[in-house]
Design a protein around this ligand. Structure first.
Ligand code: FAD
Ligand code: NAD
Ligand code: ISD
Length: 426
């Protein structure tokens, strides 16, 4: 069967949801737009999966976190797509794409054609196999990328209440899952090769605050070490994790968060790639004018960083690149995206935000013992990045603003003394 559409969004995650809302707001016609997703539910706010979804009390469940509630915008339940004449094809994987013919072929054998395609295929979790370790399909080893993974994790956590969990990886997934597991009264050990947690973003001093906080909640950190193999029972269930230095860690549950790879596979020999993603211009348009890419899979010029091409793996970028692509497609006068990179996380009762880039000289400020602290990154005499733990709305807006407008720093010692006031006074 062949079905023809004007616009097709390939992928049904965060970016797809925000793109769909933008299409509707810009007057897309009934029957013009199709979204194809391998997942069996409409677009939802993926960040909820490692936060509210894992809470022991009153956990978040759909429909409460369908997009676009994460940006305090309209919630789009399944009926919304129907009401707006959008074909939402769920539980369906696209197995091949032909950019020349403008067609996609699904695993169900359907051919879907488009005039304009938006690639929103996101990314997949790296597997232990990528690092030469087998058994990652054991029944008590979990990854966390989608709702199916989250349900599996919740089920396994309930089966071994109070048991031992080994979290492999000290990045975003590792940190957020470890906090959720500890909140669920699990015993948690985190294992990662780096000298400190969240080393892609944190400084050693910032990491030290979070590690101390986690330790106060019972989490054990095993750093500069890595998984070597699993010790399994006769049914293939992991009983213990064996580390490179020979340490055996008892494990009822293993949660793995060791990074992602963007889902570019269908387009690798057809579109230009950069930084592991599909290279697009400031309008999110790829090397083929009929194809756009948004979200985790897109590598785009970040004006704030002198148009350096970056691939960002965060929800705010997915939301904004998606909306911008639709604006560019529908209005044709959207101009280039002017994006200020933004990352946040919430763990236990802590909450941090980061804007900009973590390059240059770091200036920490505040009281790290009480959790009232932040940091600025200064490059060539201006603020290029800012981090704040526990800020309120006004505080976070203020740090965003000094990064956005590249506030000049004349005196580092004075900046350190002023701390958050530096941003609030601007
Ligand atoms: P995704 O949301 O991953 O969506 C991709 C979609 O494409 C999926 O539905 C997938 O099934 C589908 N797909 C892929 N290939 C095919 C195919 N061939 N055929 C059909 N469908 C396909 N970021 C933050 O900034 N803050 C956070 O707190 C935060 N928390 C997170 C928590 C978790 C557990 C995870 C996994 C990520 C988190 N992120 C967070 C990152 C954020 O969720 C991603 O940046 C965002 O989801 C990217 O959106 P996307 O639409 O590009 O990709
Ligand atoms: P990540 O890149 O943040 O962290 C990967 C971690 O795995 C690092 O600590 C790294 O040192 C470690 N690692 C790498 N190889 C390893 C190995 N062989 N053994 C043990 N550790 C190893 O990736 P992630 O935590 O898996 O997150 C996946 C994606 O989800 C990312 O795109 C992230 O941005 C996104 N996410 C974001 C948030 C947020 O922004 N708050 C929250 C959750 C997830
Ligand atoms: O951005 C997010 C986030 O971090 C969540 O937990 O969206 C969800 C919720 O805010 C949506 O309910």
């Amino acid at each position: 069967m062949v079905r023809d559409f004007v616009y097709v969004i390939l992928g049904g995650g965060v970016a797809a949801g925000y793109a769909a809302l933008e299409f509707v707001r810009r007057g897309v016609g009934r029957g013009e737009l199709c979204i194809i997703s391998e997942e069996s539910v409409p677009p939802y706010e993926r960040p909820a999966l490692s936060k509210g979804y894992l809470l022991p009390e009153a956990p978040a469940r759909l429909p409460t976190f369908y997009t676009c509630v994460g940006a305090n915008d309209e919630q789009l339940p399944p009926i919304w797509y129907k009401e707006h004449g959008i074909d939402l094809v769920l539980g369906t994987r696209v197995k091949s794409a032909n950019v020349q013919l403008k067609q996609l072929i699904t695993t169900t054998g359907e051919t879907i054609t488009y005039k304009i395609l938006i690639i929103a295929t996101g990314a997949r979790a790296l597997k232990l196999e990528n690092f030469g370790i087998s058994e990652s399909d054991a029944e008590n080893v979990c990854y966390l990328r989608n709702l199916t993974d989250a349900n599996r994790l919740v089920g396994l956590m309930q089966e071994c209440r109070g048991g031992n969990t080994v979290v492999i990886g000290g990045g975003y997934i590792g940190m957020e899952c470890a906090a959720a597991l500890a909140t669920n009264q699990m015993k948690v050990a985190m294992v990662f090769p780096d000298a400190y947690c969240m080393s892609r973003l944190f400084t050693p001093k910032i990491a030290d605050f979070y590690e101390s906080y986690y330790k106060s909640k019972g989490v054990i950190f095993i750093k500069r070490n890595a998984l070597a193999s699993f010790d399994n029972d006769l049914k293939g269930k992991v009983k213990a994790v064996i580390l490179k230095d020979g340490t055996h860690l008892p494990a009822d549950l293993v949660v793995v968060g060791i990074g992602i790879r963007p889902n570019t596979n269908l387009f690798e020999d057809q579109l230009q790639l950069e930084k592991g993603g599909i290279k697009v211009n400031g309008q999110m348009q790829s090397s083929d004018p009929s194809v756009y890419a948004v979200g985790d899979v897109a590598a785009f010029p970040v004006k704030q960083f002198g148009n350096e091409i970056r691939r960002l793996e965060h929800v705010d970028a997915a939301r904004k690149t998606a909306k911008h692509a639709v604006a560019a497609i529908m209005a044709r006068d959207a101009g280039d995206l002017d994006y200020l990179p933004f990352i946040y996380s919430r763990v236990f009762t802590l909450s941090w935000q980061f804007y900009g880039d973590n390059v240059g000289q770091v200036v920490h400020y505040g009281d790290f013992s009480s959790g009232n602290f932040g940091a600025y990154w200064i490059d060539k005499g201006v603020v290029v990045g800012a981090f704040l733990e526990g800020g309120n709305k006004g505080d976070n807006e203020a740090i965003a603003k000094v990064v956005r407008f590249k506030a000049t720093v004349n005196d580092i010692a004075e900046l350190q003394r002023a701390g958050l006031e530096f941003a609030l006074c601007k």
